[in-house]
Design a protein around this ligand. Structure first.
Ligand SMILES: *[C@@H]1O[C@H](CO)[C@@H](O)[C@H](O)[C@H]1NC(C)=O
Ligand SMILES: *[C@@H]1O[C@H](CO)[C@@H](O)[C@H](O)[C@H]1NC(C)=O
Length: 305
């Protein structure tokens, strides 16, 4: 799973530096859909794999959601976590209980909230007689929120000297090439390059990833048809009831265009790169291609512009 892979990759770099000590993982957007579906489970898996290896963790779920409401959401998610199949139920309950005790929710809204989080982490580390190895911030928030959060982290939530900072940013960011460049510049003023990890996530990826294998498995039947002589255009409609929040259009955006034309290009599968004539174009609301994807105030990015 993507989230696990990212966290494990981050820890891989910790291990390379032989850093041991306390690691705080701050999940921004901890009550959101992506966090509920994937990220908390990813963090739990990380805990299962890494806790025995010397790192000491705390997990801080954060969002704009009010404290009590957020705590309720996170408590429910933590309750629903699952263990690998080979873990016995009793042991699983024990592990979940441990993980729940290391995890907490807090509202993170103002710069003061970030400063308070920083103080609490320092207090926790001191109280437990540990030393702080580093902090990881995972941005599971819409791209328009990145800059403000980055500013607050830089000004008020950096770990002290000797400890590292890592931020995980989900692409795409910005709504076109220019705004993506602007955002990259902004982020670059708050974080050093080695502190930033950019990952590509879009819902629909799993389904989309099956398109090529599907074609391959049906080569005999489809080869004569799946080409520019017979396909006028390809439309990808993802039937989702959750709000797009500026994130999901990336799936269409990504799929429809050649990789090189995208600001987050190289991660896009080149499914439609050459043999397909007319990928799904930007469409206004009401078009089946836009469907639930259209977010008011935003529009599709058209790299041809
Ligand atoms: C972190 O250290 C404290 C104090 O030694 C301990 O109680 C806690 O279980 C540790 N957590 C992990 C994840 O190892
Ligand atoms: C980042 O934080 C440092 C230390 O507080 C500060 O000197 C610097 O101006 C900040 N960067 C920006 C772009 O605000």
């Amino acid at each position: 799973m993507l989230a696990v892979a990212v966290f494990v990759a981050l820890l891989g770099c910790l291990r390379a530096q032989e850093l041991r000590g306390h690691v705080s993982i701050v999940l921004l957007g901890a009550t959101g859909d992506l966090a509920k579906k994937y990220l908390w489970q990813g963090l739990f898996q990380l805990y299962l794999e890494e806790a025995g290896k010397g790192h000491n963790f705390s997990f801080h779920g954060t969002a704009l959601t009010a404290t009590e409401q957020g705590q309720e959401v996170v408590a429910k998610v933590l309750e629903s976590l699952s263990c690998p199949k080979d873990v016995a139920p009793a042991r699983c309950a024990e592990l979940k209980d441990q993980f729940q005790r290391l995890s907490q929710y807090r509202q993170l809204k103002t710069t003061e909230d970030y400063a308070a989080l920083s103080k609490d982490i320092e207090a926790l580390v001191q109280r437990e007689g540990l030393w702080e190895a580093g902090r990881i911030f995972y941005f599971s928030v819409p791209p328009f929120a990145y800059t403000d959060i980055a500013r607050s982290i830089n000004s008020s939530c950096r770990p002290g000297p000797g400890a590292w900072l890592r931020v995980v940013l989900e692409k795409p960011f910005g709504h076109n090439h220019l705004s993506a460049q602007q955002l990259a510049t902004d982020l670059g003023s708050f974080f050093h390059e080695e502190e930033m990890y950019r990952v590509d996530h879009y819902l629909g990826k799993q389904a989309v990833a099956q398109i090529l294998p599907f074609r391959d498995q049906n080569r005999k039947a489809l080869d004569g048809l799946w080409n520019r002589h017979h396909v006028e255009r390809v439309e990808i409609v993802m039937k989702e009831t959750v709000d797009a929040e500026g994130i999901k259009p990336s799936a269409l955006w990504c799929m429809g265009q050649r990789s090189s034309q995208l600001s987050h290009g190289r991660d896009c599968p080149p499914i439609f790169s050459s043999s397909y004539p007319c990928p799904c174009r930007p469409q206004g609301p009401g078009h089946p291609c836009a469907g639930t994807w259209h977010t008011p105030g935003r529009r599709w990015v058209n790299p041809r512009e």
